[in-house]
Write a protein that binds this ligand. Structure first.
Ligand SMILES: [Ca+2]
Ligand SMILES: [Ca+2]
Length: 135
């Protein structure tokens, strides 16, 4: 039996897998943290959204995120207001995004928009690996 259909349970199971999700968040964080100072600046997050969000593709490029929207998101998750996101703040952001993705997936064939190496695709692959290796 193959499980290739991604549904909201796939994503919420992924978030619930604490160790796996922590690792995923850390990997995303490292990818977005371009200067390696363990903090994400607004500029890094701006670039990171393009890498992390699975929306859009070469044929259907994602609309550039509205700058005001980006700032709102950034400020909302910058809980200590130091102008940077640390790993804890970033994890809240990622959890929120993944939950939004999970809600969006119901009845929506988001998988057709996935790029092969997008972070969500990695999450899905992780999920499939976890399923096939569980007894
Ligand atoms: Ca940085
Ligand atoms: Ca902060």
């Amino acid at each position: 039996m193959s499980e290739e259909v991604v549904n909201s349970t796939t994503v919420t199971n992924f978030i619930d897998d604490k160790d796996g999700f922590d690792k995923f968040v850390q990997e995303c964080f490292d990818m977005v943290d371009e200067n390696g100072d363990d903090m994400l600046s607004l500029e890094e997050v701006r670039g990171g959204f393009r890498k992390l969000l699975p929306f859009g593709s070469e044929s259907q490029p994602m609309k550039p995120m509205d700058e005001g929207m980006l700032k709102l998101i950034f400020e909302r998750f910058d809980q200590d207001k130091n102008g940077k996101l640390d790993i804890t703040e970033f994890k809240s952001l990622m959890t929120e995004i993944m939950n939004a993705v999970a809600r969006g997936i119901d009845g929506f064939p988001i998988i057709v928009n996935l790029e092969k190496d997008s972070m969500l695709m990695n999450a899905i692959q992780h999920e499939l690996v976890t399923q096939s290796s569980s007894k």
